[in-house]
Design a protein around this ligand. Structure first.
Ligand code: PFF
Length: 463
């Protein structure tokens, strides 16, 4: 698959290649998980859904649903050693199960397209902000200026398309060339640097005068502020941020050497991902309150608050530009993983050339992404369902319905259909408490959590 997947092929290896060790897998999966979902989406979703209670539901979902389902995805991938669609085909055969389970793979490919289509648009905003920070646009800016700058940008579809195109071309280029090996090595530097810059922002937030209010907003449990849909959105966010439910992690799992511990790797990835999201929230909300901004302003939250903070810092233009470089980098490593299920499948089925497939995928997602671009300007008043714009709709359906549904099916298949012996061998289970815990989480807790949250939302929306 890539130059990072260098080991020789043997019986127990994927035809696409293998990660050359546990750390490369952890880095690649963390590269997939840590992205716009942590820094852009988590704070604005928490802001729109009232803060504390949202964060609690989100954390519970990561721990009780996300970790077991990520383990299940890696396990299935390593068991099948193929793209998610063909892995599910192979595993339904060995398990003598209905071929309907293969839908997990197909729905994942579709969800990947939908997510990448708007992901590239938002990542384009991050690219644009590298330039805006570097050229000093935000030096000494106040809240009103930062707000206006962002709204002016949104009102200009041409500029948004330009940056969306740049991001999509970068992604397609990397995927086509298969140069992800270099990226995995770069993540070793970029991820800690991103965290350092977030901590610098956190330091700024602590001194901004809004820190207490920010912490209070993020951690005070106020159930009433959450709203009906908030619970579903928090669960969807847990899936989105960990890249679960659509086969991205299953695809990466196919390249994991058999001696790597799935449990340790998955817990490491989930903890890393959660730390980045929480620190991002703790950096952003104090700035919101210190500057009299609204926590529920939606997708613009990060793009209004952070330039404001950088604009007031010494060397802010430099740090700010660097920060948005790191965010764009995090977005690219996630975007690459969004293409992997479809890409690996087409390469397997048609022996297609990686570059050709990558370009076709890129073009389709780019065209679909135009709908999201126009949702912020030309088509802002066109509502696809209820009050949702095209962007809101694509985001809602993929994150809150498709990913949890995919995750549910993955948990059920792993918990009840795949032969027990295979699962035990993959996870190194030998009975006792660990096995009991695993079985409880994958068979009972995570499926029930997803089903209950679906049922709760439907009931409340109807009632
Ligand atoms: N986890 C990524 C983020 O938080 O930005 C987004 C993502 C990547 C979702 C890959 C799903 C996926 F398969």
């Amino acid at each position: 698959m890539s130059s990072g997947l260098g080991a020789e092929r043997g019986a127990d290896e994927s035809r696409h290649g293998m990660w050359s060790g546990r750390w490369l897998f952890v880095m690649a999966a963390a590269g997939s998980a840590v992205g716009l979902g942590n820094i852009w989406k988590f704070p604005y979703m928490a802001g729109e859904n009232g803060g504390g209670a949202f964060v609690v539901v989100y954390l519970l979902c990561v721990a009780l649903v996300g970790i077991p389902i990520m383990m299940a995805e890696v396990l299935l991938g390593r068991e099948g050693r193929l793209s998610p669609i063909n892995t599910m085909r192979a595993l339904t055969l060995t398990s003598r199960a209905s071929s309907a389970w293969v839908l997990i793979g197909w729905m994942g490919v579709l969800a990947g397209f939908l997510i990448l289509s708007y992901y590239a648009v938002i990542a384009g905003w991050a690219l644009k902000y590298i330039v805006s920070l570097a050229d000093g646009t935000f030096n000494g800016a106040n809240g009103e200026f930062a707000n206006r700058a962002f709204n002016d940008f949104l009102a200009n579809p041409g500029e948004m398309i330009l940056w969306q195109t740049v991001f999509m071309c970068l992604t397609v280029y990397i995927v086509a060339k298969g140069v992800t090996g270099g990226l995995e090595k770069a993540i070793r530097w970029f991820m800690p640097l991103l965290l350092v810059l977030l901590v610098v922002l956190l330091g700024y937030g602590i001194n901004s005068g809004g820190f207490e209010q920010g912490v209070d907003f993020m951690f005070r449990f106020d159930w009433d502020a959450l709203g009906v849909d908030g619970v579903l959105v928090a669960m969807g966010q847990a899936f989105f941020t960990l890249s679960l439910g659509m086969g991205a992690i299953m695809a990466y799992g196919a390249y994991v050497p058999s001696n790597v511990s799935i449990t340790t790797s998955v817990v490491t990835i989930a903890v890393l991902d959660t730390v980045v999201a929480i620190v991002a929230g703790l950096a952003i909300f104090p700035i919101v309150f210190a500057n009299g901004l609204e926590p529920d302003q939606g997708p613009g939250l990060m793009f209004v608050t952070l330039p404001l903070a950088f604009g007031q810092m010494p060397l802010g233009a430099l740090f700010g530009a660097l920060f948005f470089v790191l965010v764009s980098f995090a977005a690219i490593t996630s975007a690459i993983s969004l293409t992997e299920p479809a890409l690996a499948f087409l390469v397997e089925e048609y022996n297609a050339k990686r570059s050709r497939v990558a370009i076709s995928l890129g073009v389709i997602c780019w065209v679909l992404g135009l709908g999201s671009v126009f949702s912020f300007n030309l088509l802002a008043d066109v509502h696809v369902v209820g009050s949702m714009t095209f962007f809101d709709f694509v985001d809602y359906v993929s994150q809150n319905l498709m990913l949890p549904l995919g995750g549910l099916a993955i948990a059920l298949f792993t918990g009840f259909v795949l032969p027990k012996a295979n699962v035990r061998a993959q996870l190194g289970l030998k009975g006792g408490l660990p096995e009991f815990l695993w079985n409880t989480l994958v068979r009972v807790v995570s499926p029930l959590a997803v089903l209950t949250i679906f049922a709760y939302t439907i009931y409340k929306n109807i009632g």
